[in-house]
Design a protein around this ligand. Structure first.
Ligand code: ADP
Ligand code: ZN
Length: 747
């Protein structure tokens, strides 16, 4: 049957049903666009969804479904998605082989979707008529509490106060009766929940840029003015003043009515960067919004809407902030673009930097990728002209980069009191700094890493029952803890394998080193920073503040202290175990080690005092360590790109990992073999697939893990094929199959 007259039909991606779409008719007079959020009927219930397409059906066209139902209404909760973000969602869904709906859930978070969200409110008491002296005197006699409220209000600048300032709920009735008498009015005000909370940020002024900074800023503003989204790779040594360039670029963009997105590795690890942005724009506190994973639902709701309404123009956050609904986005900055935290390690497994580059293209925004140690992907893209390279080779303060010394721990004399963990050389260097009233940072790769229990008779290492990894000893609890699944166990008195008594701790973690250091330097103020210490909210911020104001002499920490920190009195950085990261089965192991060491080294000598870096290693010849010594990012990249090309590793290929997990080993191994057999004939010849193998961590969270690694010139050639085969496999409830496109973790 033909519908009379033209009809507008919208295709709606209904929430919570994967990628199922349904067509609805649009009632006369109702306007929607791609990305609008709508309420629709579905069978006998109502649900919500997102408009994906919109079309006119002419008179001559057959309408397939005559019983097309009408949408109920357009949601006006401000959760609509811009057409650019719709494109981003669809592109990412294809590339990472996930549903569009899954990507949309990143773009419009759950807290924003629920319409019945309680806004936080507060009551304001405003004086509307000032009582005469006579009235006030009477009041003092008859109603003391009313008089007290009036007196407080009189004393305020604008004759109003919040109810809590006046004494809270206790005085609500007092105020109500004052309202009845016409003296005050009670108002309700919506409060914006600010995740930065009460923190005060000292306002700062733009600094006069040096020549390199000028050139960098100019290039960014040029791209910005032209709407040119070819990425700029800003390769600037630590302390070259990149953040100042970002601040001034952001300021310029905002003054021209554009929005700015700043991605940082992790908010809690980059408090200084956040503080610098808040400080620079302190005269307009609502301008800068912060998004992070530890926000409460209410805070997220408020910040999200402030951004969506165009009130907040600068957004700072970790990878997920890349989806923020910034109005009229003009500039994207990805700080520390090499950082692996930009890759999401749960579905959807997107890469924040890569999607930021894509979003810039969709929005015609300029995009800056900044780092002292760019990823090899970005360096390679700059070399072949896809990115534009801008360098900042000198430190702002004119300081030379710190002198770096590599100590070969196989032959280096070690200090006995520190159980051989610290060489005599490093210990003496620390003593000197303490005498001079300077500060040291000691860096240990990984929390509690390698502090395993080992039998010196049979060599057995005590491992987790649920994962195949060594358990780590934690002194405060006197327990062995699994760092993968959190399993805890008492310390056995004898070897579980040979029953021998020669079982003892090997290696050392941050806690052990802290204990030893306190003994070796009884007069020094020593503070440890690792994931255990920083579980308390604001702990890291407080510690860094104490270190900055020199209430701590030696800061001992894990990679947490490697990022974006800037302490002028630190003249010595010691790396206790440089090579731990090198033995991980991962094509990026050397790159990560180089980046980490270079970042750590960059913490030394930032003020007007020269810095020294001491790297202890059992692999002194490793390229990652040798190039760190010379701060030679280009040399390292050259060398490493040669290796990668030889083995066709990224950036010369794309890697993906298929992982099958199950509590029953035979199910996991059967599923991966089946998938492998079916995929082999379907994959294009350019794709290599590894034989199914147990993962390096064979068992985690009680599940066995098997994987296949794929390698191809482009991920697009295999994503969809694999996704289809995974869907067809239907391996049963106790087997999970995941695909990680452009994988960063192979464990
Ligand atoms: P990066 O981000 O490259 O590591 P920062 O932006 O943190 O470098 O700059 C290092 C230090 O130099 C900071 O304390 C910053 O305030 C200061 N600084 C940056 N630019 C200038 C400048 N043009 N003049 C003076 N000091 C500057
Ligand atoms: Zn475990």
């Amino acid at each position: 049957m033909n519908q009379p007259g033209p009809q507008r039909v919208v295709r709606v991606l209904v929430d919570g049903l994967g990628d199922r779409v349904f067509d609805y008719a649009l009632p006369e007079g109702v306007e929607v666009q791609r990305g609008s959020r709508v309420e629709v009927p579905l069978r006998n219930r109502r649900t919500t969804g997102t408009v994906v397409t919109l079309r006119q059906i002419g008179e001559e066209e057959e309408v397939e479904d005559t019983a097309l139902r009408f949408i109920i209404r357009v949601l006006d909760d401000g959760s609509s998605v811009s057409p650019e973000l719709m494109d981003l969602a669809e592109w990412a869904a294809q590339y990472y082989a996930v549903s569009v709906e899954q990507m949309l859930r990143c773009i419009v978070p759950e807290q924003v979707r629920s319409e019945n969200h309680d806004p936080k409110i507060r009551r304001i008491v405003r004086m509307v008529r000032r009582p005469s002296e006579e009235e006030l005197d009477k009041m003092r006699v008859r109603a003391q509490r009313q008089a007290a409220v009036i007196c407080t209000l009189v004393a305020t600048e604008n004759s109003c106060a919040t109810l809590s300032q006046l004494g809270g709920g206790r005085v609500l009735n007092v105020c109500r009766s004052l309202e009845k008498q016409g003296f005050v009015r009670l108002e309700i005000e919506r409060v914006h929940r600010d995740p930065a909370g009460e923190t005060e940020f000292a306002p700062t002024k733009p600094l006069t840029l040096n020549e390199e900074q000028e050139v960098a800023l100019h290039s960014i503003l040029e791209a910005f003015a032209a709407g040119d989204s070819k990425p700029l790779l800003l390769q600037g040594v630590t302390g070259s003043g990149k953040t100042e360039v970002y601040l001034q670029a952001a300021e310029a963009a905002v003054s021209q009515g554009k929005g700015v997105l700043i991605l940082v590795p992790e908010i809690s690890l980059t408090p200084q960067t956040v503080a610098r942005f808040k400080g620079r724009f302190a005269n307009n506190p609502g301008l800068v919004a912060i998004l992070h994973s530890a926000m409460s639902g209410g805070e997220r709701y408020d910040e999200w809407h402030a951004i969506h309404r165009g009130r907040a123009r600068i957004v700072i956050g970790p990878r997920s902030a890349l989806f923020a609904p910034i109005v009229n986005l003009g500039l994207i900055i990805v700080d520390e673009e090499h950082d692996s935290s930009y890759k999401q390690e749960s579905a959807p497994r997107y890469h924040g930097r890569d999607l930021a580059v894509l979003r810039a293209r969709l929005e015609r925004a300029a995009v800056v990728l900044g780092s002292a140690t760019p990823s090899l992907e970005s360096i390679y893209n700059a070399r072949r002209g896809k990115y534009r390279l801008v360098r900042m080779a000198h430190r702002v303060d004119g300081q030379r980069l710190p002198l770096t010394r590599v100590l070969d721990m196989r032959s280096e004399p070690k200090d006995k009191s520190l159980m051989g963990l610290v060489s005599n050389y490093l210990k003496r260097a620390m003593e000197q700094r303490l005498l001079r009233g300077e500060q040291c940072i000691l860096f240990l790769n990984r929390r509690g890493f390698a502090r395993a229990l080992q039998c010196s008779d049979c060599g057995h290492i005590v491992t987790c029952e649920h994962c195949s990894l060594p358990l780590t000893y934690h002194i405060t609890e006197n327990r062995l803890i699994c760092h993968i699944c959190g399993y805890r166990s008492v310390v056995p008195e004898s070897c579980p394998e040979c029953r021998g008594r020669a079982i003892q701790l090997q290696g050392s973690g941050t806690q052990k080193v802290e204990e030893l250091l306190k003994r070796a330097f009884p007069n020094a103020r020593i503070q440890r920073v690792d994931a255990d210490v920083t579980v308390r909210k604001n702990a890291l911020r407080d510690i860094l503040e104490a270190f900055r104001s020199h209430r701590i002499d030696i800061l001992l920490g894990t990679q947490m202290i490697s990022k974006g920190l800037d302490f002028p009195r630190v003249t010595l950085v010691g790396v206790l175990n440089a090579d731990l990261g090198l033995s991980i089965p991962d094509p990026r192991a050397a790159e990560r080690t180089f980046q980490l060491l270079t970042q750590v080294a960059g913490r030394a000598g930032r003020g007007d005092m020269e810095g020294e870096v001491i790297i202890q290693t059992y692999n002194p010849q490793a390229a990652a360590i040798q190039y760190t010594r010379r701060h030679d990012t280009d040399g390292f990249a050259e060398n490493e790109l040669g290796m990668r090309e030889r083995f066709a590793f990224p950036p010369f290929s794309h890697l993906a990992v298929i992982t099958v997990r199950s509590v029953r080993e035979e199910l996991a191994s059967f599923a991966i073999s089946t998938l492998y057999r079916r995929l082999q004939p379907l994959l294009p010849p350019s794709t290599e697939i590894s034989e199914p193998l147990p993962a390096p961590i064979v068992k985690a969270y009680g599940q066995y893990r098997y994987q296949c690694v794929l390698k191809a010139p482009s991920a697009r050639v295999f994503s969809q094929v694999i996704a289809r085969q995974i869907a067809l496999l239907s391996p049963g409830e106790d087997v999970t199959v995941t695909l990680d496109v452009d994988a960063y973790s192979f464990m």
